[in-house]
Design a protein around this ligand. Structure first.
Ligand code: ADP
Ligand code: MG
Length: 709
């Protein structure tokens, strides 16, 4: 490649920081190590995390302890050095303006400051007011001789950057970082490429990208700052959505799939004669959405989100019938044996009514059964198979797999999904069911390459679960309440936290709690089950089954029961140390009860020591049962990164936008991206060329983009 060409295709933002005039290699290395900043662009995307307002001058009389920082103009008097010896010296001065007096004090760098301080002339001082001896003072203020020019320069919003200790040691404190960024801005000025067309920018009333970079780092006013934020947030969210939607559309073109041409007799028979209840409107809508997908010769990849108990199973089952009516087989994959079992038991009741064959395959299926099952699958005699990861084994071959349901998909990796896809000449349609409602904004981003259906309505007649928060001291009352419920024939869950870092401690808590419970609930009147991570899966299963069969009334467990278990007779969920659980976990746990006709309860037990966030979590749980509302709060409290752990964090690599706070902008960006792609799928129109170029530029950096679900 000729040198001309090289420069032609490389944006100034890709210039390595090592080429920045005046930046010592040592600092460049540190910026790379500590901030991951290797290029001009990386550096410019280290956005300030806050600003110090130097746009105005205060009067001494205006100072209050609510002001984080103040900037003042006035004269100094009584400049004094007191104390002697290292660390004992202090320099004080009295600052005076037209409204009053203020003490200034320095404990360090005294020599240097002392030379600057002169009585009788005007200074600009800047610092954080603190109260000492009932008076305001400023410790270690910044100080400069007043000149009109300096006043003008000083009067802006001063950016504050995150830095680390090792950076500070190399003079890369906030000011140091700011200086590097200023050099980058100077070096790149006039060359930062615009990513959207003039026309689009005009329509959206956004400032040019280059100006946004200047204004985010050196705003002279709040309105400049907000213009810059708006532009840069748009930049992140819009290109994120454009990229995701493009992948989604391309996939749809590439991913050939089976077209289920008809709704057949089996589906209709079930729908007309055997449906045990009326579908909710939400269920009907989702079934229609699935129907529309599978009728096309394109592989469906659809996520169905619905709160616990919203009735996802029947939706999955009826979708499977669409496959069977068209000569295909279907499978349902669950993350644990217990869940696979429950799904199997549930679906079997439906399947038997309409003569559809169904079997279960898990790690503990017997060899003899497996052989039969393998044969039936290959011959096509078996229509539905429910199972765990065991379904992925190569030995499991289908005659004609057409539809796959995955429950609680986050436990399955991409590679595993790919294995399922390979079980037929074309990939089967995939329906993913998730009982972890996540806000639409987040779903749109995390699952940008999936289509999303939401079941946002519970079947009628459910009694909302009553949730209460109790402190440890109220335990006797809580236990007496349990006794009453058990006397009514109900069953109880008691859940203890399990957090990996303190597994030892958690185990001890669980065991102590168990002993305590045995004392309160002794045999022969009461029987307890206990399930925790240290049990072998066979023993876990045994204990679970005893509870499922109502042979035990209390299930004491760590969070292993979190996902999907269904015991309609259980009416009370007690969460111990509830302050240690996240909101979505609490919501999942609560969803274990309220599955029968009885009034159900969720009781959150905590100590008195509660953080502000823990209080909000508990209050949220007590005040609502709406999973989507809870998810919104969770997102606000924790941020999206935590919500889904390390998974998919790449998709949320946002520097300035915030999925929760900027959800409106996100939705808007998605709409805009869709609109543009509808009009110009390949981004070939002149006004879209820049978008395309920029996407290609991004694609070079994000290799794994297509892998995020
Ligand atoms: P989830 O979405 O948590 O998987 P399920 O599919 O297990 O929920 O459904 C929960 C319970 O509600 C089941 O007992 C199911 O039979 C019942 N159910 C589902 N849909 C309806 C409906 N439309 N009307 C009444 N009951 C329903
Ligand atoms: Mg379910």
């Amino acid at each position: 490649m000729s040198i001309v060409n090289y420069f032609w295709c490389v944006s100034v933002l890709n210039t390595p920081l090592t080429a920045l005039p005046g930046l010592q290699p040592k600092k460049a290395a540190l910026l790379k190590k500590e901030c991951g900043a290797e290029t001009y662009g990386d550096m410019l995307r280290l956005f300030p995390f806050r600003y110090v307002d130097r746009t105005r001058f205060y009067l001494v009389s205006e100072i209050s302890d609510e002001l984080p920082f103040v900037q003042l103009v006035g004269k100094l008097s009584s400049i004094q050095l007191t104390g002697s010896g290292k660390g004992k010296e202090r320099l004080t001065a009295v600052f005076t303006d037209q409204s009053g007096k203020l003490d200034l004090v320095w404990f360090q760098g005294i020599k240097w400051v002392q030379d600057k301080l002169k009585p009788g002339i005007d200074f600009i001082i800047f610092g954080k007011p603190t109260v000492f001896n009932n008076k305001f003072n400023l410790a270690h203020p910044e100080i400069e001789v007043f000149t009109a020019e300096k006043a003008a320069r000083a009067s802006k919003l001063q950016p504050v950057y995150n830095t680390s200790e090792s950076m500070k040691r190399q003079w890369l404190d906030s000011k140091g970082v700011s200086a590097v960024i200023t050099s980058v801005l100077r070096a790149a000025a006039g060359q930062i490429p615009e990513t959207i067309s003039e026309q689009l920018r005009g329509q959206l009333q956004l400032i040019p990208l280059e100006r946004a970079y200047f204004q985010i780092h050196q705003p002279v006013s709040a309105s400049e700052l907000s213009e810059a934020e708006q532009r840069l947030k748009f930049e992140e969210l819009f290109f994120l959505q454009l990229r995701l939607l493009r992948i989604n559309r391309q996939n749809k073109k590439l991913l050939k799939g089976f077209a289920f041409e008809k709704i057949g007799t089996i589906f209709n028979d079930f729908f007309k004669n055997h449906l045990p209840f009326d579908l909710t409107n939400a269920q009907k809508r989702v079934i229609k959405e699935i129907r529309a997908d599978v009728a096309k010769p394109i592989q469906m990849n659809r996520l169905v989100q619905g709160d616990v108990g919203s009735g996802k199973t029947i939706v999955a089952f009826m979708s499977m019938l669409m496959a069977i009516d068209n000569g295909y087989q279907a499978c349902l994959m669950a993350p644990t044996e217990i869940l696979a079992n429950q799904h199997y038991e549930g679906l079997k009741i439906f399947a038997e009514k309409i003569g559809v064959t169904i079997r279960l395959l898990t790690g503990s299926s017997k060899k003899k059964d497996r052989t039969i099952l393998h044969e039936e699958l290959e011959s096509g005699e078996l229509k539905i198979i429910v199972g765990t990861h065991a379904l992925l084994e190569d030995k499991v071959k289908f005659q004609n797999l057409g539809f796959v349901v995955i429950d609680e998909q986050h436990r399955f990796g991409v590679a595993q999904r790919a294995k399922l896809w390979a079980k037929n000449v074309l990939p089967p349609h995939v329906l993913i069911m998730s009982a972890t409602p996540i806000p639409r904004t987040l779903a749109m981003t995390l699952y940008g390459d999936l289509d999303i259906s939401v079941i946002d309505e519970l079947p009628p007649g459910r009694k909302p679960i009553t949730t209460r928060h109790h402190y440890e001291t109220e335990r006797p009352a809580v236990f007496n309440f349990i006794k009453k419920e058990i006397a009514l024939g109900r069953q109880i869950y008691i859940v203890y936290p399990l957090i990996e870092e303190s597994e030892q401690l958690d185990y001890k808590n669980l065991m102590d709690g168990y002993e305590h419970l045995e004392a309160w609930f002794p045999p022969p009147d009461y029987h307890l089950s206990i399930v925790h991570g240290r049990l072998k899966s066979k023993d876990k299963e045994f204990e679970m089954q005893r509870f499922v069969k109502n042979q035990t009334q209390i299930m004491v467990a760590t969070t292993v029961i979190e996902v999907g278990v269904n015991v309609p007779n259980a009416s009370v969920m007690i969460v111990e140390s509830a302050e240690r659980f996240g909101l979505s976990q609490l919501h999942q746990l609560r969803g274990r009860v309220g599955r029968g006709a009885d009034q159900s309860y969720c009781i959150l037990m905590t100590s008195y020591k509660l953080s502000r966030e823990a209080k909000i979590r508990l209050e949220t749980m007590v005040s609502t049962t709406d999973g989507f509302k809870i998810a919104e709060t969770d997102l606000e409290l924790r941020g999206p990164g935590d919500l889904h752990g390390t998974m998919q964090s790449g998709a949320l690599d946002l520097q300035i936008a915030d999925i929760s706070r900027d959800s409106k902008l996100l939705a808007y960006c998605r709409e805009l991206a869709n609109y543009i792609l509808d009009k110009d799928p390949e981004l070939e129109l002149p006004e879209h060329l820049r978008l395309k170029e920029h996407l290609q530029e991004i694609a070079k950096k994000k290799v794994n983009w297509g892998q995020i679900s």
